[in-house]
Design a protein around this ligand. Sequence first.
Ligand code: NAD
Length: 496
Amino acid sequence: MSGEIREYSMYIDGAFVEAVSGERAKSIGPADQETLATFPRGGKEDVDLAVAAARKAFEDSDWGHVRNSVERGRLLREIGKRLRDDLDRLAEIEALDTGKTITETSLIDVHQAADTFEYFADLATQLNGEVLAVPADALDLALREPLGVCGAIAAWNFPLMFASWKIAPALAAGNTTVFKPAELTSMSALELAKICDAVGLPAGVVNVVTGPGSAVGQALAEHPDVAKLSFTGSTEVGRRILQAAGGNLKKTTLELGGKSPNIVFPDADLSRAVSGALTAIFFNAGECCIAGSRLLLHADIYDAFVEQLVERARKIKVGHPLDWDSRMGPLVTPAHREQVLSYVRWAKENGLKLLCGGEAPKDPALARGNYLEPTIFAADSNAVKLAQEEIFGPVLTVLKFTEEEEAVRLANDTIYGLAGAVWTQDIKRAFRVAKRIKAGQVWINQYMLVSPFAPHGGFKQSGYGKDLSKYSLEEYTQVKNVYVDLSEDEFLSLYE
Ligand code: NAD
């Protein structure tokens, strides 16, 4: 992209347009604070236009009709293909905009977005209803129908993936959408809009409205013509979304924050578990809702594990997102790094033991970016702020346990319930503990694996509802019961 400032438009009703206000916003690169792109700063008026277009596309065409499902699948598959065809360019845009490394965006983000479109393309024709068994001479059906206009609001940390997670199932099920990306990282969703346009999606089926959450997000959450809202973001904003969505009783999916436990028993394959623990917290610089930010180590392996963990954490190359050797890029904004550093300061002042990191890297080449060293603290208690609050950065808290029961108690001692992991060779223990962790996604001898096939979504204050998998597809439908009376008998009536 070398110095070029891209100019994006929003995508409403099949056209690339400016905000009604004419205002524009900037995308600033986290690696050097340079302007990468400008895009429209939308508001309520733009949401109204987008929702009207999506409603028209849903109501005045056969887009959502079951006979159109093969065509919907074909279009989704074509979007997936074009994402793959443009992988290198999209991976670069995503890396520069978010601060993720090019290795991550090339190997994971763009592929996963394409996989997601292709996965839901296959499901578009598989949304079958059910024939119900009824004790009568009748045919009783449960039909799955699309909802109408589905709104979606996303966080900044996996922009292209979230756009695909929200848009692909909505379209597969026959809905139309209005998608609002995070204002910090809007570029890849606007690139996706160009692909949607190029493959020939009917006007109004996909709309992308950019702008601040307080204006665009709030208007979308409140809009009476939006039937469903899928939100990925903080628990705090999730609460506001829920209130706003209450006006017309929108169906809501809330994918919120986390403070996920990563439990290692003494019989685990230590080297693999260390790799898993590093991935759990330092992948995407810890800016992951499912980050394994609490590492629970059994006392018998604590010292050996921590030694390997710290040694390998110190070797993680923090560097420019476009450097193929970088393993951790900058955080998304200077303000966010400052917020993460405030936790580091708190931990130092409150007696937690700093095992590594805790500062910006010394390399002068990184001075203009929002970089932070991989940071690990040892804590004696799970009750401390560092172990309770979501930091959303590369800061790990390590805790010790001795009994399985204690590990489960510590794991569940959080308001969140998004994810977690168990490392052990004992299959019975693995499954027993996995079942007792109160979280929506638990890995055994693995961490961070998210695929279109598996449901992703939390328990407790991590939200509810699912992204990805057939479970999310079902959330983009409503079930209608149709009863067909086939009896020859007289109508059984209580009235003369
Ligand atoms: P955020 O809640 O600040 O913003 C998320 C989105 O909501 C953005 O698009 C923002 O513009 C919009 N928004 C803000 N105020 C709004 C309002 N009043 N009404 C409507 N929309 C509004 O979150 P963030 O800082 O972008 O992302 C980080 C958070 O997201 C973390 O808590 C993280 O755990 C969470 N997250 C969760 C998941 C998951 O799948 N569970 C995935 C990624 C991130």
